[in-house]
Design a protein around this ligand. Structure first.
Ligand SMILES: *Cc1c(COP(=O)(O)O)cnc(C)c1O
Length: 457
């Protein structure tokens, strides 16, 4: 097969072409995502409801459904310059190995120490916390990527960073923990006896290895009680999708330079931030009737919020202190089976993506983890990058779509988000290499039991 020479292997933008504004997709949605609700009164959440938990400017971004563009602060842009623009790679070698006429591109977000796209929002959130004069922020981390990104961002702005890390990850991923500590963060295994909610959970479930919902509740409790602290979150929220729009804006600028129009855009979906960011400017064109694209969200079969969840108001955390969000959800008590794509284990999905999916503007599919690791291994051997298990969900579906093109002979252009690297996920790769990886898919009865506990609104 001949290789086109006109399009380089890597399309790097000039620094001057890096976006100066984030794009707020909700401004172009005619039917907006349903508003967040105050967890006590069930009235739409106001700025005053949000500011005890979140920084003021971030709370404003959370509620902003009208401004399409929001300036990226100069200090955030300076930090972005150290690792952005990120490359858009033409997967020539993968295309050749698959023997597909499809053109495959991936936007690689793993080129920073945290190893994922999460740094794009971490640095923005730390900036606003610093600007507000706060002493520090608290957060939870499951697999560890978000905590790592936030610890880097906080050290850059001289903020204290307190991370509640799900206990089983804390024990299984000592190196992630040490990266956070190296950047000055304090890391506490959750549940812990440093919070009321932690002590309550430990008493009820001695020996528990923790969950994301529980770690969120601990982090929120500390933020609300401690003077000069706020809580920050690495996905799901509208503000996070806004910051991640830099992924899509760069992708679109790079493709436009070569006159390339994608047919299919694919991303893995945990809370929806990387996917929401990648598709944002393209979805904006679709909403305005300027162009059409297929968008595919890929989630694990073990945690299928879009493909099998309910579109309903639900709590964002187990402690039920955060606002209620209308989203595709498996129920806030749903604990997915041990899946190695830790970053995709959240029970709900961004309210913006949920609404787009509900309107039929985006597709969703779920994949089993052994098939994901097959694709991850194939990709690593051909394209050279060792992908994160989360990112590999998108790789799986990109390969499947490229193979469909091989059957039909169509030269479609496929773009997918390669959100990160898998260096800290070698226990998962070890399981796969040893043939010990299993696929767990929740039964309908398990999901129904969880839906029965959804708040009645
Ligand atoms: C956290 C994470 C994800 C999933 O989060 P989203 O908010 O859905 O983007 C995907 N890939 C990597 C590498 C992650 O760290």
């Amino acid at each position: 097969m001949s290789i086109e020479k006109t399009i380089p292997y890597k399309i790097y933008l000039r620094e001057a072409d890096m976006p100066k504004q984030w794009y707020n997709l909700r401004a172009d949605m005619q039917k907006k995502p349903a508003p967040l609700l105050n967890p006590q009164t069930h009235a739409p959440a106001t700025l005053d409801d949000l500011t005890p938990v979140f920084c003021r400017e971030l709370a404003e971004q959370e509620l902003n459904t009208t401004d399409a563009y929001i300036d990226i602060p100069e200090d955030v842009r300076k930090f972005y310059m150290m690792y952005r623009p990120s490359p858009l790679v033409r997967a020539y070698c993968l295309e050749q190995a698959l023997g597909t006429p499809a053109h495959i591109y991936y936007k690689f977000e793993g080129n920073n120490t945290s190893g994922s796209h999460k740094l794009n929002s971490a640095i923005a959130q730390a900036y606003y916390a610093k600007k507000e004069g706060l002493k520090g922020v608290t957060t939870e981390t499951g697999a560890g990527q978000w905590g790592t990104a936030l610890s880097m961002a906080c050290s850059y702005f001289g903020l204290d960073c307190q991370v509640y890390m799900v206990k089983c990850s804390y024990e299984q991923k000592p190196f992630r923990r040490e990266v956070m500590r190296t950047y000055g963060a304090s890391v506490t295994p959750s549940p812990s006896n440093t919070t009321e909610v932690g002590r309550r959970i430990l008493e009820a479930h001695p020996g528990t290895t923790g969950s994301l919902g529980c770690a969120i509740s601990e982090a929120v409790e500390v933020a609300v009680k401690k003077d000069g602290y706020r809580y920050v979150l690495g996905s799901v929220l509208n503000q996070v999708l806004l910051h991640q729009s830099i992924i899509g804006l760069e992708t679109k600028t790079a493709l436009d330079q070569y006159g390339i129009k994608p047919d299919i855009i694919i991303g893995c979906a945990g809370g929806g931030s990387n996917l929401g960011g990648l598709i944002a400017p393209f979805m904006g064109e679709k909403l305005r009737g300027e162009a059409d694209y297929r968008f595919i969200a890929v989630e694990p079969a073990s945690c299928p919020s879009l493909t099998r969840g309910k579109y309903a108001y639900d709590f964002c955390d187990t402690g039920m202190v955060c606002p209620l969000a209308k989203m595709y959800t498996l129920g806030c008590d749903f604990i997915p089976s041990a899946n190695h794509a830790g970053g995709l284990r959240y029970h709900g999905m961004s309210s913006t993506l949920s609404e787009l999916y509900d309107q039929g503007l985006m597709e969703a599919t779920s994949v089993e983890q052994t098939h994901v690791f097959e694709a991850a291994t194939q990709f690593a051997r051909i394209e050279g990058i060792l992908p994160a298990p989360e990112s590999s969900h998108a790789i799986r579906v990109a390969i499947d779509e490229a193979l469909k093109c091989k059957e039909t002979g169509e030269a479609k252009t496929i773009v997918f988000g390669l959100t990160g690297t898998g260096y800290f996920d070698m226990v998962a790769y070890e399981k796969y290499n040893n043939g010990e990886m299993s696929d767990y898919i929740p039964t309908d009865a398990e999901l129904e039991a969880s839906f029965a506990k959804l708040p009645k609104i």
